[in-house]
Design a binder for this molecule. Structure first.
Ligand SMILES: Cc1cc2nc3c(=O)[nH]c(=O)nc-3n(C[C@H](O)[C@H](O)[C@H](O)COP(=O)(O)OP(=O)(O)OC[C@H]3O[C@@H](n4cnc5c(N)ncnc54)[C@H](O)[C@@H]3O)c2cc1C
Length: 461
């Protein structure tokens, strides 16, 4: 309390100026919440979003490069805020996850029996490479989720400048931002919502406020055109997770969109050839039309994914949010952008923009995400081990298949997998549920069963 009082001159007064660096989900969410809250308490703030991209064009340069899956919990939170995802922003509503392994596949359906997960494009959609793509490309104009969010922020009163900020400077503790040598803004607060795919985080590291950007790994994204009818009949409303032991690949998934499927891959040194090998794997090929051949060229990008927390993501008059601060491991990054943006906006408007205020009211949200990621790491190590061990993988599939025949209240293992891959629940809760003694016992019995059947078959041979 004393610390807060000492910094009371860092409260945002009427007419205070906020510069939001980055108009991805974190920047737009921050702007929406800060402006809404300021309006509710009768505070007048002047907020400008600086975004270097236009999200209206096709291809990676106009896109914030991600699989574009908006979790069920975030779709609901956004609806409460009056942000409703509808076509053409909504590409497909997802109600099923399909786990494909070399020992077979299993379908997990939404527990709520609703198509509550949304798939979207972050930019203006994939670059059209072939004539068939160009023929089927919707001409409905705006489809970008990020552009839609920026529009929501504009409606709350945000100014938006299509400018790349190239310098942030502290002048008597008041941050100033620059582009091409020209001072753009003298800010009462600078919000670092620049993600981790641009060099902007380095500008904040150089400020000497102790900020260190999160650790990252490379991911590989490809958009493959197969036509709207094929997407509907072959993939339906299901995200396909492939656990197929491809060398150097940790994770691969196919997400259905309008007339494209998005392929997301994580692992070491993934290249276009790794994607082609993936598409040529019999299990994957089986999902595509018989006559279909892997195209020579397709829209692809190699974005970074946040796999660790930033250090000191705030200082007097500066706060880092979204990917530039903390994000859930491998899941629901847009949901983390929402959480960190909301906590930072509440702090700035209600408690001020001092380091102490951010430490007390904003940092707990980051710490909660970071702590939860510890359990996330354990859960992903466990699923990797299961996938690489045929006996345990077989036992898991047996448990899942037998659960599908039971009443929903018995779907213990299915809900663990569903929540883990949809990003619907905290990893800590999933971890506790995964180590439920009844579930472990059922799993153990199935492992013995699998071993028994293997020995029986060997004996017969
Ligand atoms: C392969 C992959 C798949 C993913 N899939 C999903 C998924 O399915 N669902 C999900 O929820 N999350 C997913 N994520 C994570 C998700 O993309 C991020 O967590 C989310 O985009 C973070 O939002 P952000 O606003 O913090 O950053 P970003 O989305 O990166 O936005 C930052 C913005 O700042 C702008 N900017 C940067 N520097 C400057 C500058 N100097 N001047 C002006 N503007 C600037 C950028 O142009 C950009 O628009 C995925 C990530 C990867 C890599």
């Amino acid at each position: 309390m004393n610390k807060l009082k000492k910094n009371s001159n860092l409260e945002l007064k009427d007419g205070a100026r906020i510069a939001v660096l980055g108009g991805g989900p974190a920047g737009s969410f921050f702007s929406i919440f800060a402006l809404k809250l300021a309006n509710q308490i009768g505070k007048d703030i002047d907020l400008t979003i600086y975004e270097q991209k236009s999200f209206l064009n096709e291809g990676p340069s106009s896109c914030n490069m991600c699989a574009g899956v908006v979790s069920e919990s975030l779709v609901q939170l956004l609806a409460i805020e009056g942000i409703i995802l509808r076509p053409p922003i909504l590409q497909r509503a997802i109600d099923t996850y399909c786990f494909q392994t070399i020992s077979g596949d299993v379908l997990l359906h939404s527990i709520s029996n609703q198509s509550g997960i949304a798939t979207v494009y972050r930019g203006g959609g994939p670059v059209c490479k072939s004539t068939s793509e160009k023929n089927e490309k919707p001409d409905s104009g705006k489809i970008s989720f990020d552009d839609f969010l920026i529009d929501c922020a504009k409606k709350e009163g945000a100014n938006v400048e299509n400018i790349r900020v190239d310098k942030v400077k502290l002048n008597n503790e008041k941050p100033e931002i620059f582009s091409k040598g020209e001072k753009l803004f003298d800010a009462d607060l600078v919000v670092g919502a620049c993600g981790i795919n641009a060099n902007a985080v380095k500008m904040f590291e150089k400020l000497g406020i102790g900020y260190t950007s999160p650790s990252v790994i490379k991911a590989f994204q490809s958009e493959i055109h197969i036509g709207e009818r094929n997407v509907s009949t072959l993939f339906g409303n299901a995200i396909h997770i492939f656990l197929i032991n491809q060398p150097d690949v940790k994770f691969s998934a196919i997400t259905p969109k309008g007339s494209y499927v998005t392929i997301s891959m994580l692992g070491k040194n993934i290249t276009k050839q790794t994607v082609v090998d993936f598409l040529n794997n019999p299990l994957v090929k089986n999902k595509f039309p018989d006559s279909w051949r892997t195209p020579d060229a397709f829209c692809r990008c190699v974005p970074m994914i946040n796999v660790g927390a930033a250090r000191h993501p705030f200082a007097n008059r500066i706060v880092m949010i979204g990917d530039a601060s903390s994000a859930r491991l491998y899941k629901d990054g847009i949901g983390s952008a929402y959480l960190t943006a909301k906590a930072a906006a509440n702090t700035a408007i209600l408690y001020g923009v001092s380091r102490a205020a951010f430490y007390k009211h904003y940092y707990p949200t980051c710490k909660k995400i970071n702590r939860d990621n510890f359990f996330g790491k354990l859960m992903f190590t466990l699923t990797n081990t299961i996938n690489k061990t045929p006996i345990i993988r077989e036992a898991l599939l047996t448990v899942l298949r037998s659960e599908q025949k039971q009443p929903e209240s018995d779907h213990k293992c299915s809900t663990v997998l569903w929540d883990m891959f949809t990003g619907n629940e905290r990893y800590t809760d999933i971890f506790i549920r995964a180590f439920n003694p009844r579930l472990l016992l059922r799993f153990l019995i199935n492992i013995f069963n699998v071993i028994f059947i293997w020995f029986k078959n060997m004996w017969r041979q």
